[in-house]
Design a protein around this ligand. Sequence first.
Ligand SMILES: [Zn+2]
Length: 60
Amino acid sequence: MSGLEIRIITCDAVDDGEVCDGEYGGDPSVESLDALRREAAEEGWRRLPGDDVDYCPHHS
Ligand SMILES: [Zn+2]
């Protein structure tokens, strides 16, 4: 079996001390993290400018 690089974005929001378990991705045909983030943005994910964090639709 060939190695597959699978990219996933995880939500960085914290609720009551627990990090959100929201994640997006897992499709090996997505060729870059930037491409994945563009897809995720259409699903309501948000990445704050200047911050190295992502938020799922529930937290964006
Ligand atoms: Zn979240």
